[in-house]
Design a protein around this ligand. Structure first.
Ligand code: GRF
Length: 177
């Protein structure tokens, strides 16, 4: 079963829901985000784990891991989750945590990858699905797909369309392992 971690819009979560993937639950570090509404509409259990409610990040991450494990999660998908995960979480799901990122890593890690690619003047950027480690978008790459930067005004939409196609594909393959 899959546990999905979100922080915002949740369009990648929606792609996983629409792909009929076995999502056990959705956890967010932020309340009131659109991703939580999408999960609730699909009848998926949700819970918010706000950092402010914990003494530190380790104890928050341990709580998320416990909640996922209780629901039978054995594959974790970060779909727009905007916090780094500590070892307290990573050690609980070894080689079973994946993230989708809007660039061809290792180029343009971090939270402004599309803007950074536009500023850098590259001709190609793309999408990466990768395993998650303690670094910023630094884990082993599972799949990449290039996207041409031009036309620039539609770049973000074209990148998101690729994300919504390849994330469910990769997750489906990993579920079968
Ligand atoms: C996506 O671009 C994803 O690659 C990045 O954060 C964004 C999340 O979008 N990690 P959404 O919340 O899935 O709509």
């Amino acid at each position: 079963m899959i546990g999905v971690l979100v922080s915002g819009e949740g369009s990648n979560l929606q792609a996983l829901i629409d792909g009929c993937l076995p999502i056990a639950c959705v956890a967010s570090n932020k309340r009131g985000v659109r991703a939580l509404e999408r999960a609730e509409q699909a009848g998926i259990p949700v819970r918010v784990f706000e950092l402010a409610g914990y003494r530190d990040r380790d104890s928050r991450d341990r709580d998320i891991a416990d909640w996922l494990a209780l629901r039978g999660v054995d594959l974790v998908v970060l779909a727009g989750y905007m916090h780094l995960l500590t070892a307290a979480f990573l050690d609980r799901f070894p080689n079973r945590i994946v993230n989708v990122h809007p660039s061809l890593l290792p180029d343009f890690p971090g939270t402004s990858a599309i803007k950074d690619a536009l500023s850098a003047g590259v001709a190609m950027t793309g999408v990466t699905v990768h395993y998650v480690d303690e670094g910023v978008d630094s884990g082993t790459i599972i799949r990449q797909e290039p996207v041409a930067v031009e036309p620039r005004d539609t770049l973000a939409d074209r990148i998101h369309a690729v994300e919504h196609r390849i994330l469910p594909e990769v997750v489906r393959e990993l579920c079968a392992r």
